[in-house]
Design a protein around this ligand. Structure first.
Ligand SMILES: [Zn+2]
Length: 121
């Protein structure tokens, strides 16, 4: 018995068996990759969205990693400020949050001072 083809006109790949079951992978007449793409796009009436190009994929990955880095940086800064609020030295606070003393002194310290002045005002 031949496998049914994916109904996506841009794909037309034969669908695979789902494990040992008699069912086919995917759904709605689509192969699994097409079905997943269609589902994630919010099941548009227009059909399966085009697969992401390499360019778009890279751009998205970069945006995500930049966002993560920003969050990690904010988290470190918050932690640093807490240590400094507790009167620990720059070197100790830097060591505990895992940044260099240089970074602490020239990047975090001005922000901490600014935050302190703001709360004092
Ligand atoms: Zn397909």
């Amino acid at each position: 018995m031949t496998a049914p083809q994916c109904v996506n006109p841009h794909c037309r790949q034969p669908r695979k068996r789902r494990g040992t079951e008699q069912a086919w992978e995917g759904g709605n007449g689509l192969c699994r990759p097409c079905y997943q793409r269609w589902w994630r796009a919010g099941r548009p009436q227009s059909g399966v969205p085009e697969p992401m190009g390499n360019h778009e994929r890279m751009a998205r990955a970069r945006a995500v990693s930049a966002e993560i880095k920003r969050e990690q940086r904010d988290e470190r800064l918050r932690e640093y400020m807490e240590y400094r609020d507790c009167r620990y030295t720059i070197a100790k606070a830097a060591f505990w949050v895992g940044v260099s003393v240089w970074t602490a002194k020239y990047r975090y310290e001005p922000e901490w001072r600014a935050a302190k002045e703001e709360s004092a005002a």
